[in-house]
Design a protein around this ligand. Structure first.
Ligand code: CU
Length: 446
């Protein structure tokens, strides 16, 4: 959208940059405004803003505003028809931020077999949309983005996605395709924001303080579990939306693309590590030190008790909303790629693009039944709409509002939404490689 002359409210300049994870790891990537993550953008809900996107790279780019209810022309995906920001060009966008809460912006470019593009780069950052009525009952507010760096192809990917459930494998096919898998993507190094564990200034706290932590999993590759040693975290919002029943937990699970907001009471003086519960990931950078005043010793880690992640515990009790008039069934499958190639991902038997298969009537309430017939957990995201989580693996809930839901391996997730955002809307797995190799679909209004 073209807007008026004059300077924009926000400017994002996409350009090559370096990120010093620690003294021995300086990563060359592409970032916003010379840093990665980009600046935390604070916007007021409902107040229109202009954003100039300057692309100082050699390839066209797209900036997607994840979790916002905005038209396809500014949403930032090629599939929805958002305009590209040309190489060495610029474009002005106008959008009305909302709803309130933790949102984020990131590149929506395809990467395919180029691990220096799209979500593999440093093109990500928080947007916090203020409602104007934030009670602010905390002493410190921190924005913590989890990130993987130095991606590489691997034939032996070993992930912790089995974390997502221990329930019945409702969607496990009777006969399995046992062909060998194709190459997947792993990472060498990790960070919270732009620093590896031990390289950042510690989060300095005092006993009795309350911290509001905004987590974002900006990984292109994996879902993550995070803990703060010596403390519990009270989850108050998922994907930026307050939950009906906050829960005090030993660790949290954040799917790729998801956000979790948690309050932590600083009630256990010491020097602690906040980071990945997976030792090799934490030791390769995914963590930050939390230091109480007056403490002097080595940062400590304590493994939290093993727990399965269950979105449904954050919901309201009682009955969920009435069954919508229309149901859309979505079946996810993988075609193993074999040695040296890539897996192909299918939605209802086909990789992207489909042909006018997902049609929405404006104003109608829909139920999406996502059946994951693969051995990976997939963080599924629908652009420009909010989901009301109804059920995960047969367990019902109500009032949990999300834009991204990790569908457990061989499992099922059910969400409802109202089709009230005319225009094309992209539905996809938030793992870049899965999205690039077929795992997406376009919803359109009739
Ligand atoms: Cu996926």
């Amino acid at each position: 959208m073209l807007a008026s002359e004059g300077s924009a409210d926000y400017t994002l300049r996409i350009a090559p940059t370096t990120v010093e994870l620690d003294r021995s790891h300086i990563i060359s990537t592409i970032g916003y405004n010379g840093i990665a993550p980009g600046p935390v953008l604070r916007m007021r809900e409902g107040n229109p803003v202009t954003v100039d996107v300057i692309n100082a790279t050699d390839t066209p780019e797209l900036v997607h505003w994840h979790g916002m209810l905005i038209p396809p022309e500014v949403d930032g995906t090629e599939e929805e028809g958002s305009p590209l920001v040309p190489a060495h060009g610029q474009r002005r966008f106008q959008l009305t931020p909302g709803p309130a809460g933790s949102r984020w912006y990131h590149s929506h470019a395809m990467a395919m077999d180029d691990l220096h593009k799209g979500a593999y780069t440093g093109q990500f950052g928080f947007v916090y949309v203020d409602s104007g009525s934030d009670p602010g009952k905390y002493d410190q507010e921190l924005f913590l983005a989890l990130k993987d760096w130095e991606p590489f192809f691997t034939a032996t990917m070993d992930d912790e996605d089995d974390d997502t459930h221990d329930g019945p494998l409702l969607e496990k096919p009777a006969t399995m395709n046992t062909d060998p898998d194709g190459l997947e993507v792993g990472s060498m190094t990790y960070s919270i924001n732009d620093k590896a564990l031990g390289a950042a200034e510690p989060i300095r706290v005092r006993e009795g303080q309350r911290l509001l932590l905004h987590f974002l999993n900006a990984s292109a590759i994996e879902n993550r579990r995070i803990a703060l040693a010596g403390h519990k975290m009270k989850v108050v919002a998922l994907d930026g939306n307050p939950v009906p029943t906050p829960q005090l937990l030993d660790s949290i699970f954040v799917g790729a693309g998801e956000r979790v907001d948690a309050i932590v009471e600083m009630n256990n003086p010491g020097i602690w590590i906040l980071g990945s519960t997976e030792k090799p990931i934490r030791e390769s950078g995914l963590g930050i030190v939390v230091e109480y005043a007056g403490q002097h010793h080595q940062p400590q880690w304590i493994d939290p008790p093993k727990a399965r992640w269950d979105y449904t515990i954050f919901g309201a009790g009682g009955s969920s909303s009435p069954t919508p008039e229309k149901t859309i069934e979505l079946v996810f499958e993988k075609i193993p790629g074999g040695a040296g190639k890539f897996n192909l991902w299918l939605v209802n038997g086909k990789p992207y693009p489909h042909e006018r298969e997902f049609l929405l009537d404006r104003g109608t309430r829909y139920r999406l039944v996502m059946r994951n017939r693969t051995d990976d957990a997939h963080p599924m995201h629908l652009h420009r709409h909010l989901w009301d989580l109804i059920e995960v693996n047969g367990k019902k809930t109500a009032g949990v509002i999300k834009d991204t839901v990790v569908v457990p391996y061989y499992g099922r997730a059910v969400v409802d939404f109202t089709a009230d955002q005319p225009g094309l809307s992209l539905f996809h797995c938030h793992i870049q490689q899965h999205m690039d190799y077929g795992f997406k679909a376009l919803f359109r209004y009739e």
